[in-house]
Ligand binder design. Sequence first.
Ligand SMILES: Cc1ncc(COP(=O)(O)O)c(C=O)c1O
Length: 370
Amino acid sequence: MVIDPCELSPSYVRSIAPYQPGKPISEVARELGLKEESIVKLASNENPRGIGPRTRAAIERALGDIARYPDGNGHELKTALGRRYGVELASIVLGNGSNDVLELVAHAFLGPGRAAVYSQHCFAVYPLATQARGARGIMVAAKDYGHDLEAMAAAIDDETYVVWIANPNNPTGTLLGADALEAFVRRVPERVLVVIDEAYNEYLPPERKSETVKWLRRHPNLIVTRTFSKAYGLAGLRVGYALAHASVADIMNRVRQPFNVNSLALAAATAALDDMEFVARSFAANLQGLQQLEEGARRLGLDWIPSSGNFITVRVGRANEVFRRLLKRGVIVRPVGGGYQLPEHLRVTVGTAEENQKFLQALAAALQDK
Ligand SMILES: Cc1ncc(COP(=O)(O)O)c(C=O)c1O
């Protein structure tokens, strides 16, 4: 009898639906015979402004040491983060993107016989990371496209060890207020870790931010995650982090690869963290871009979900068809049917003013196509 090793992989691994990333520009150019320069990618919530000169200079300096392994403890970046947030270094976990940090949570705290709670329309990595550990996912129906915290609290059962919450949420852009969110954390049994994923935090005006880092002192079961991939413009380098109680961070660090963040990423993130002006400009440009996209959607008679992120999710009807028509016109956006359960919507990242304009023109034409 021939044994297929794939059949021996645990059934919970074999049944994972792979993560669908936004289509790369090079792939679309190849498939559709378009020039790469003519393609606009608004599919992965990246920063259209790139990176600032100080960050670029730090990367260039770090290139000189590229033959050496990175600092496995990321001491310099942790020191900068510790200073910024007033937390001890033992409370910081660095990751190869915040995606890595989310995986570390699942690795350290989930497994067969355990469960994690998340919302309908949540970030795809939550169900993926949960299932990959053989844990049970408990999906709670969304309320107005966002988290229904009341229902999520009620869904926590004896096997639940993790609750995943993105604030703002991707792909809906919905935002939970600070009071409701902290009341939820207070209500959750102490055994249950609450992950508040703040990948889009820097796109919020100060008055709409929750002071989650301060909450860490009151709630040892809280984990806050952030990333350098969005407002800091470092998606390609892969660096993110978690802030948590030192004992929680310690467990996460035990399952971390020793050199999970590369040296260019460490140097770039340390420099980018200090470049407050770059982040402030990215924030302002994003607000303008969101307005431009909202006005464009309004002119086309389309509904959208009000967004607190660097993207907007627009209701276009037959979204997969509109997505394909946009592709033919050289515009890549993200359909959010499938696991995201929004088959009539497309998620569009805020680009430069020109990119947004090109998208809106292409969308107007795509909606006319037969
Ligand atoms: C809500 C949310 N969390 C985490 C991430 C992961 O980002 P990264 O791994 O680049 O830090 C993303 C990326 O799109 C996201 O939308």
